[in-house]
Design a protein around this ligand. Structure first.
Ligand SMILES: Cc1ncc(COP(=O)(O)O)c(C=O)c1O
Length: 387
């Protein structure tokens, strides 16, 4: 069987490999604690489940949905953006539902990149920013995120030849995997950069609703001029515990939203109507649930950071996301340390290098296990770090 050259260009997806390793350990009867993938452990808010059940009982939701999305959902997104971010969106032209941010980000590569083009992707960064361009026959150009620059990409450092071929710039704040929030002035600079280089900014807003210590994350679209050059991909996965629901929306520049919609009509048939109505309920009435989740993650963040600090691992406490990004102990690479912890302690960590060369020297802890299990994992980690 011959695979396409396209598929041969990309490495296996990190979490697919991790899942295999975890399954093998579990099969040996070992109690594995996975702090790898960021998949919320608590249930979707009842109001969302109830909205789904009610909508699913209506046969009107059982037929093919439309890729444009139901008016109820587009209006709920517009209402949410106005209330939460002070951003005005036209439900008719500036909002389309997506089957998760991952699908949307991947498909944007197909809509905007040709061979010879490039996408500017944060390093470290969410793997689809690099895998997507490769699968589209184009190239990712890595833009380093350095701790001493607040994990902001150095846009001035992008080589002129890369600016020329770049059609997309990916940004993501609060940021996976570093936990950084948007540094002051970055969004304004990105709008200027996009104008000067005629490219589309794609802001991945997967973690705006998961923030700590009173920090409130902005929308990229609240930046003056952003709608001329940007789209934002807003996901309900993390903020509302809806990873399994495949529920997101692309919002912003009307031409870019239209291009995404045009592509999608050739690829899938949209989001289950009842799931759209449930997503609308989350956006209309889920603020409190999202705040409660943030409080849980803040407590877990402190539990992890306190324990790491006690054993001399210096971490900067993230003000958003569901991750802690920490340096590996001296003498280890990211991979060798994560391998050692898995073997010795049966705790799964994500090696920083899996998010790009600049992730080398770090590991990522996901806060999506119960407090008890997290405390147990931290205790095991403490023994393996001290040992
Ligand atoms: C930065 C980032 N973007 C997108 C996603 C995927 O989100 P969704 O579940 O909406 O596809 C993730 C999931 O971990 C993520 O970390």
């Amino acid at each position: 069987m011959r695979l396409s050259a396209r598929l041969d260009r990309i490495p296996p997806y990190l979490f697919a490999q991790l899942e295999q390793k975890i399954a093998a350990k579990k099969a040996e009867g070992i109690d594995v604690i996975s702090l790898g993938i960021g998949d919320p452990d608590t249930p979707t808010p009842a109001l969302v489940v109830d909205a789904l059940c009610e909508a699913a009982r209506d046969p009107g939701t059982h037929r093919y949905p439309s890729n444009r999305g139901r008016a109820e959902l587009r209006e709920a997104v517009a209402g949410f953006y106005e209330r939460r971010f002070g951003v005005d969106l036209d439900p008719a032209t500036e909002i389309v539902p997506a089957l998760g941010a991952k699908e949307c980000i991947f498909n944007l590569n197909l809509a905007f990149l040709d061979p010879g083009d490039a996408a500017l992707a944060s390093d470290p960064g969410y793997p689809v920013y690099t895998g997507g361009p490769l699968l589209a026959g184009a190239e990712p150009v890595l833009v380093p995120l350095q701790p001493d620059h607040g994990f902001a990409p150095d846009l001035d450092g992008v080589a002129p030849s890369d600016r020329e071929r770049a059609r997309l710039l990916y940004l993501n704040y609060p940021n996976n995997p570093t936990g950084a929030v948007a540094p002051d002035g970055l969004f304004e600079r990105a709008v200027e950069f996009a104008r000067a280089n005629d490219l589309l900014v794609v802001h991945d807003a997967s973690y705006t609703e998961t923030t700590f210590d009173g920090y409130v994350a902005p929308s990229f679209l609240a930046t003056p001029g952003a709608k001329e050059v940007a789209v934002e991909v807003f996901s309900l996965s993390k903020g509302y515990n809806m990873t399994g629901w495949r529920s997101a929306a692309i919002v912003g520049n009307a031409s870019a939203v239209e291009a995404y919609w045009r592509l999608k009509t050739n690829i899938d048939s949209g989001m289950f109507d009842a799931a759209q109505l449930a997503a609308a309920a989350a956006l209309e009435r889920g603020d409190e649930a999202a705040r409660e989740m943030s409080a849980i993650y803040q407590r877990r963040r402190d539990l992890v950071c306190d324990a790491l600090e006690e054993i001399g691992v210096l971490v900067s406490r993230p003000r958003g996301t569901i991750y802690v990004w920490a340096p590996v102990p001296e003498g280890h690479t990211s991979a060798s340390y994560c391998e050692l912890v898995l073997e010795q302690s049966a705790v799964v960590l994500s090696p920083g290098s899996a998010y790009g060369p600049n992730g080398e020297g770090f590991f990522r802890i996901s806060l999506t296990v119960s407090d008890d299990r997290l405390a147990e994992a931290v205790e095991r980690l403490r023994s393996s770090l001290v040992a």
